[in-house]
Each structure stands twice: as structure tokens, then as C-alpha cells.
Design a protein around this ligand. Structure first.
Ligand code: ADP
Length: 600
């Protein structure tokens, strides 16, 4: 899917908004660049006018042989030289300030994108179309908005120079000015057509580009190395990579060849128009209608004018192409944000705990709901077990129970209040969660735990308590720098952990928040050894309630209630004994797992 090319009013709006971004990124630089642009724009016409005075001064001095005329001619030479020197210096200065603006604007735009990304809901983040928009916006964050602004300044500069050239040319004949414009027109039209084609071409094939970088990552990353080496598919990956590259490259070359061909033909046309004008000026000079100085100036103006027209056109074409990318940036900025900073911090019925009332949720584009009219009640101080095959909706239930998704129908309430009406921070304080999959942060061990309280500064006693409850005490003690060990081999003095060790840290993270009275643990012990798992499962609740998702049914024996999910539906609910007595799916599953775990 390629984004549509915006209309004129919309494009102008985007250009204006980008200038607004520039202004807020750095007022000082914007003003400096604008002032220098005007200055640099007006100097070429002045220099050309001075060259006319020089030439006419020389002719007069030769005719009169008077020292005053000679001095005057030399004065004009000095003035012309000074103008050119100032022009050169001002251009340098302009480039210098623009380089600084490039960095400032790139940072400002990237920050905006990151801030936006952080403010989106989980459902938005998981949306493939949104991911695509962000990918494109991030990829060009540093280049396109700056390019657009730079080209707008360029266009203004070229436009101003052209206006000053036009004023001088029109004094001789308005036809010459028309000639200048006519000379630039073919290139303009050719490029305008090309800008839209190139954009559609490059954005239209971003799926192949993503495929290419994915293949690259399979060959280079550590995570993929074990299977790649063992199964031996490195060569096949390289072959696919090469094939993809050659097909992309062939398309590229065809596009560039077509562009080069059109550009040369149009370039020849433009030069022919310019040469025609020059022939005319020389003809008129020989006829005695204008002075030698005027001839020099007019030929210079014609040349300057034509250069301006093609630079103006080039800037304009660039603007069109950049606008297409910037339109995507603004579309990203306009994505609705979820403001969860306000809202209730307590519910009307503090004794009620967590409740699912006929909750359904479907992923976009999926026919079957991932969760279908599921109800249950988790009173304070109770344990709820959830069982189900892969894909039965357990993880979706966790996302709904933590308020990360809003149900399509039905209600999730905490203490009698819909989760949607809770302030996010308050919810986060009430719920300790271990997600599946959990994150392994390549930060310090301390950060891995402190993430459970928003990475806030955390006292040693709280960290130690969380580490103990997460069964991570021992592993932290063995790290070379304890809590301050960087958990990645990619850093000097870094250290890597095993799967089960990472899981203990994730559990410590879920436990850090000691205010949380509801723990939601999705497969918390899957990567742990049986001894650790048994220790964890036999732990007293201390008045908290727990939702525990586990494939090992023996872990759920002590739950007050167990829910069996199948294809998003709650098909059984009850205590272990009730469910066994019922002889349904739970009883079958338990029987098939029983032997290794059966209590002797
Ligand atoms: P479980 O945790 O029990 O394995 P999930 O809750 O992850 O199951 O998934 C339930 C159903 O929803 C599955 O059919 C799965 O394919 C689908 N699903 C899960 N996540 C997504 C997603 N981000 N987009 C689309 N479908 C999804």
C-alpha cells in the first residue's frame, strides 16, 4: 500500500507545519538562515550590474584616456570583487548554519516520533499499518524534514535572485525574461513527474526492504546463530538475500536509466533555448542598440537566470518528494493518543477485586474472537488458575486484565470500576505482572528489577525483597558487580544470563511493587528448574490475589478456581477437585500430565 500524493492545499499545510517545527527546534538558527538567504539571494544581480559598470567604465576610459574615468573603472572592479567575496563568505556561513539546523531538526523530529510512539496504546503498537508508518517516519526523521526546509529556503533564495534578475532583464526586454522561464520549464515538468513516481516506487517496495533486513539479521545475529549453524541454512539465506538484492537493483537501474534519458533530452532542449537568447543579444549589440557593458550583463543575467530557474525547479521538485515523506510523518503525529494520566485511583467497591463480565476481544482482521464472552471473579486473597492449549486466549486475557487492551464488549472492573476509567499509574500500582514473553533488558540487573516501578530510583531493601520473592537473590550475589552488572556480553564487563535466570529477574520485577495486591503471572516458572518452581508455588499469598497461567497443571492444584479456555471460550470452571470429578478436558489433561508430578 502506498500513501496517496497530497493535494496542493494539504501540501502547503505540511510545508508550513514543517517550518513551524524548524522554528520551535531553533528560533535563532531559523532567523539567521532566513536573513542570510535574503542577503545571498540579492548579491548575484548586484555583481552582474557592477560587471556592466566595469565594462562600460573600461570602454569610456579607453575612449577618453582620462585618469578620472580610469579610476572610476577600477573602483567598479574593486566593488565587483568585494561583492563576490562577500557572496562567497555569506554562502559559507549559510552552509555552516544549515548543518547545525540539520542536526537540531533531526533531533527534534526523532524526539517527537519517540514521544508519540510511547503514547500509543498496545493495540496501536501491534497494528501492522502503524508499524509501517513509524518505520518510514523513523527512517527519514533526520533527513526529509530538514531537506524540505532546506529546499524551501533554497527555493526562496533562487526565487529572489530570479526576481532581481528579472527586474534587470525587463529593463532591456521582457521577452528575455520569458526566454529564461521557457528554458527551465521542460526540466521542471520532467522532474515533477519523476518525484511522484520515485516516491511510489520506493515506499511501494518497503516490504521487500524489510525482508532484506530480516534476512541480514538471520545471518548476523547471535540469537539466530545456533539454529543457522546446526541446520546449515546460512548459504540458502545468502542465496535468497542475493536474489532479493538483484531484483531490487534491477528495478532501481531501470528507474534511474529512464530518469537519466528524460533528463538529458530535456537538458538539451533548455540549452538550445538559452543559446537562442545569446545569439539574439549578440546580434542586437552588433547592430549598436546596446553597449558592450549591457551585452556582458545581459548574457550574464541570462545565464544566471537560467541557473536560477533550474535550481528553483530542482528545489521545487525536491520539495514535492520530501512533502510525500513529511505527509507520512504528520499522519503519524495525528494518530490518536491514549491519555491515561488522569482517571480514578480507587474504585467504589474496594472489596470487590478483579472481575471479567462477558469480556470479548477480537484482533483486527481475525474472524474468531481471541476471547469470547469470558466471565470470572477474583476476590481479594484468592488464587485463580488458567489453563488452555496454545492460542486459546490466555495471553490476550492478561492484556485485558491489565487494561492494555479494552474489550470489544463486556467489562473488566477492578473494585467495581471499569479499567478504562482507572489512571494508568494507579492500575500499575495495584497489579504486579509478569508478561509472556517477558523482556530481558540489556541494562543492569538493578534496572531489570527497577523497571517494575517505572525505572524509578529504588531503595536497596525493596530491591532485595523483590529479588528474594523472584528467587533471584543467589544469582545476583554471583554476578561480578552484583546489581550493577550490565546484563549483556556486548558491553565490556557485561555478563549474560541463562533463560531460567532471566525469568527470575522478570519475576523479581513483577514483585518489586509491594503495593500490588493482584499478581498476574503468565507462565512464571516455565524456564525454571523443578525445585525453584516448587518453592515458588508453595509460597503463601500474604493476602494478595493471584492469576496464574501454567501449562503444568500440578501447579494449579491449590488454586481456589481454575478456568479452562478453549478457542477463546471458558469451557470449564471450578476447583481442581470439582474439575477432576467432572471428567472433562481438565481431567483429561491432568491425567496425561499426572505421572511425573503426582504427589506420592
Ligand atoms: P495463548 O496465550 O493461549 O497461547 P493468545 O492469547 O496469545 O493465546 O492468542 C489467542 C488467539 O489470538 C490466537 O488465535 C492467536 O493467533 C491470536 N493472536 C494473538 N496475538 C495476536 C495479534 N497480535 N494479532 C492477531 N492475532 C493474535
Amino acid at each position: 500500500m502506498t500513501p496517496p500524493v497530497p493535494g496542493f492545499a494539504e501540501a502547503a499545510g505540511h510545508a508550513w507545519r514543517t517550518l513551524g517545527l524548524t522554528w520551535s527546534a531553533s528560533r535563532g538558527l531559523t532567523i539567521l538562515i532566513a536573513a542570510l538567504t535574503v542577503f545571498v539571494a540579492l548579491l548575484p544581480a548586484l555583481a552582474l550590474y557592477l560587471s556592466k559598470l566595469v565594462m562600460d567604465g573600461v570602454v569610456t576610459a579607453m575612449d577618453s584616456a582620462s585618469p578620472a574615468d580610469r579610476d572610476l573603472a577600477q573602483l567598479w572592479v574593486a566593488a565587483e570583487a568585494a561583492t563576490l567575496a562577500v557572496l562567497l563568505a555569506a554562502r559559507r556561513l549559510l552552509t555552516f548554519y544549515k548543518t547545525r539546523l540539520h542536526a537540531e531538526l533531526g533531533f527534534a523530529v526523532t524526539s517527537l516520533i519517540l514521544r508519540k510512539s510511547a503514547a500509543l496504546s498496545l493495540a496501536q503498537v501491534e497494528d501492522a499499518a502503524v508499524q509501517q508508518q513509524f518505520l518510514l517516519a523513523r527512517q527519514y526523521a533526520a533527513s526529509r524534514p530538514y531537506n524540505l526546509v532546506n529546499r524551501l529556503f533554497d527555493a526562496a533564495q533562487q526565487g529572489l535572485t530570479l526576481a532581481s534578475v528579472a527586474a534587470l532583464l525587463a529593463g532591456f526586454s521582457p521577452w528575455l525574461f520569458l526566454l529564461v522561464v521557457a528554458g527551465g520549464l521542460p526540466l521542471f515538468i520532467g522532474n515533477l513527474h519523476f518525484a511522484g513516481t520515485a516516491y511510489r516506487f520506493y515506499t511501494g517496495r518497503s516490504p521487500q526492504m524489510r525482508e532484506r533486513s530480516y534476512l541480514e539479521s538471520l545471518v548476523t545475529t547471535e540469537a539466530a546463530a545456533r539454529e543457522r549453524l546446526h541446520f546449515g541454512f546460512g548459504d540458502e539465506l545468502l542465496r535468497r538475500y542475493g536474489e532479493l538484492f538483484h531484483s531490487l537493483h534491477a528495478d532501481d537501474s531501470a528507474l534511474h536509466a529512464r530518469q537519466a534519458w528524460i533528463a538529458s533530452a530535456l537538458g538539451v532542449l533548455s540549452s538550445a533555448v538559452f543559446l537562442g537568447g545569446k545569439v539574439w543579444i549578440v546580434w542586437v549589440t552588433i547592430g549598436g542598440a546596446i553597449s558592450l557593458g549591457q551585452m556582458v550583463m545581459l548574457v550574464g543575467l541570462l545565464k544566471q537566470g537560467q541557473a536560477n530557474v533550474s535550481s528553483l525547479m530542482a528545489a521545487f521538485n525536491g520539495v514535492v518528494e520530501d512533502l510525500l515523506y513529511v505527509a507520512n510523518l504528520f499522519a503519524v503525529m495525528e494518530l490518536p493518543e491514549e491519555d491515561r494520566s488522569s482517571g480514578a485511583t480507587a474504585g467504589p467497591d474496594p472489596e470487590d477485586g478483579l472481575r471479567f463480565d462477558k469480556v470479548s476481544y477480537s484482533y483486527p482482521g481475525r474472524k474468531r474472537p481471541a476471547l469470547d464472552a469470558v466471565s470470572f471473579h477474583l476476590p481479594h486473597g484468592s488464587r485463580l488458575g488458567i489453563v488452555g492449549a496454545n492460542g486459546s486466549g490466555k495471553t490476550t486475557l492478561v492484556k485485558l486484565a491489565t487494561g492494555l487492551y479494552a474489550p470489544d464488549s463486556g467489562r473488566v472492573t477492578l473494585d467495581g470500576l471499569d479499567l478504562r476509567d482507572w489512571q494508568r499509574a494507579a492500575l500499575s500500582r495495584r497489579l504486579g505482572v509478569m508478561f509472556q514473553p517477558y523482556m530481558n533488558y540489556k541494562l543492569t540487573a538493578r534496572d531489570n528489577i527497577a523497571a517494575g516501578r517505572g525505572l524509578a530510583e529504588t531503595d536497596a531493601a525493596s530491591l532485595a525483597r523483590a529479588a528474594r520473592l523472584g528467587l533471584a537473590e543467589e544469582l545476583i550475589a554471583e554476578l561480578p558487580s552484583g546489581l550493577d552488572t550490565r546484563l549483556s556480553r556486548h558491553f565490556l564487563d557485561g555478563h549474560d544470563l541463562s533463560g531460567g535466570q532471566w525469568q527470575r529477574l522478570a519475576m523479581a520485577r513483577a514483585y518489586l511493587n509491594d503495593e500490588a495486591d493482584i499478581l498476574i503471572l503468565d507462565e512464571p516458572t516455565a524456564a525454571m528448574d523443578p525445585a525453584a518452581e516448587a518453592e515458588f508455588m508453595q509460597r503463601p499469598l500474604d493476602g494478595k490475589s493471584v492469576i496464574l497461567i501454567s501449562h503444568r497443571l500440578s501447579n494449579l492444584r491449590h488454586a481456589d478456581q481454575i478456568i479452562v479456555l478453549d478457542k477463546g471460550k471458558r469451557i470449564e470452571m471450578g476447583s481442581h477437585d470439582t474439575l477432576i470429578a467432572q471428567g472433562g478436558l481438565y481431567a483429561d489433561l491432568f491425567e496425561s500430565q499426572a505421572d511425573p508430578y503426582r504427589e506420592g
